[in-house]
Design a binder for this molecule. Structure first.
Ligand code: NDP
Length: 259
C-alpha cells in the first residue's frame, strides 16, 4: 500500500482490460489517477468502480483519443489542473490490427499506427515538457511480446509494437539526464477483451483458447493485474535506476524455443 503516495498518474485506454487494472492498482497504491479513455462512458464507469472500491481513491475520467495530439494534451492539462504535476504516464491504449501484408489496406496500416505507435508518441510528447522541466517522471509504454517475436498473420501490429520499444529506448536515453525514466512492459497473452475477441473470431473459439493455453509454459494465460503490478513497480521509487528497459510479463513463453 502507498507505494505511489503523492504521485499523479495518467493511464490511456484505462476503461477496461490492462489499462483499467493499472488505474485500479495505482489508486490502491495511493496515486491520483486520470483515466484517459476513448469511450467516455466506459471511463466514467471504471472510475466510479475504483472510487467505490478503493478507500480514499482520487480518480478522474477524461474522454481522450490518443490518435489526436490535442486530445492527449487536454487530458494532461486536465490531470494537472485537478491533481497537480503529472509524475507518471502509462501509454496503454492499443488495438489489434491483424492482416495479410499484401491484401491489407492503407487504412488498416494507418489505423494500427495511429493508435499503437503515434498514440504512444502523443502521450510522451504531451507529458515530457513538464516532467523534463521538473526533473522527475516515469513513462511506461505498454508494448507486447509482438515487440520482439513474430506470429504470421498478425501484420502490421508487431511492426508498430517494435516501434514502441524503439521509442521507449530513444526517449529513455534522451531524457535520462533530466531524471525522466521511460520504460516498456511487454505482456504475453493476457485475459482481456482483446484476446477474447481474437479467440471468438476463430472458427472454433474453444479450441483456439485451448491451443493458446497449451502453448504456455505455465499452462495459463496472464491476468491484467499481473501486468498492473509491474507498472506499479516501474512507476514507483523502487525502480529509480530502471530506464530505457522492457520488462516481459508472459509466464516465460517468449523464452521457450519450442514445445
Ligand atoms: P482492451 O481492448 O481490453 O483495452 C484497450 C483499451 O484501449 C480500451 O479501453 C479502448 O477503448 C482503448 N482505446 C482504443 N483506442 C483508443 C484511442 N484511440 N484512444 C484512447 N483509448 C483507446 O485491450 P488490452 O487491455 O488487452 O490491451 C491494452 C494494451 O496492452 C494494448 O496496448 C495492447 O496492445 C497491449 N497488449 C495486450 C495483450 C493481451 O494479451 N491482452 C498482450 C500484449 C500487449 P474502447 O473500449 O473505447 O475502444
Amino acid at each position: 500500500m502507498n507505494r505511489l503516495a503523492g504521485k499523479v498518474a495518467l493511464v490511456t485506454g484505462a476503461g477496461r482490460g490492462i489499462g483499467a487494472a493499472i488505474a485500479r492498482a495505482f489508486a490502491r497504491e495511493g496515486a491520483a489517477v486520470v483515466l484517459a479513455e476513448l469511450d467516455g462512458e466506459t471511463a466514467e464507469r471504471t472510475a466510479n468502480e475504483i472510487a467505490a472500491t478503493v478507500d480514499g481513491a482520487r480518480v478522474l475520467a477524461v474522454p481522450t483519443d490518443v490518435t489526436q495530439p490535442a486530445s492527449v494534451e487536454r487530458a494532461v492539462k486536465t490531470a494537472e489542473d485537478r491533481f497537480g504535476a503529472l509524475g507518471v504516464l502509462v501509454n496503454n491504449a492499443g488495438i489489434n490490427v491483424f492482416c495479410d501484408p499484401l491484401t491489407m489496406t492503407d487504412a488498416d496500416w494507418r489505423r494500427c499506427f495511429a493508435v499503437d505507435l503515434d498514440g504512444v508518441w502523443h502521450g510522451c510528447r504531451a507529458a515530457l515538457p513538464g516532467m523534463v522541466e521538473r526533473g522527475a517522471g516515469s513513462i511506461i509504454n505498454i508494448a507486447s511480446t509482438h515487440s520482439f517475436k513474430i506470429i504470421p498473420g498478425c501484420f502490421p501490429y508487431p511492426v508498430a509494437k517494435h516501434g514502441v520499444i524503439g521509442l521507449t529506448r530513444a526517449l529513455g536515453i534522451e531524457y535520462a539526464p533530466r531524471n525522466v525514466r521511460v520504460n516498456a512492459i511487454a505482456p504475453g497473452y493476457i485475459e482481456t477483451n482483446l484476446t477474447r475477441e481474437w479467440w471468438d473470431n476463430q472458427p472454433d473459439p474453444a479450441a483456439a483458447r485451448q491451443a493458446t493455453l497449451d502453448l504456455q509454459p505455465m499452462k495459463r494465460i496472464g491476468q491484467p493485474e499481473e501486468v498492473a503490478m509491474t507498472a506499479v513497480f516501474l512507476a514507483s521509487d523502487e525502480a529509480t535506476f530502471i530506464n530505457a528497459s522492457c520488462i516481459t510479463v508472459d509466464g516465460g513463453r517468449s523464452a521457450l524455443y519450442h514445445d
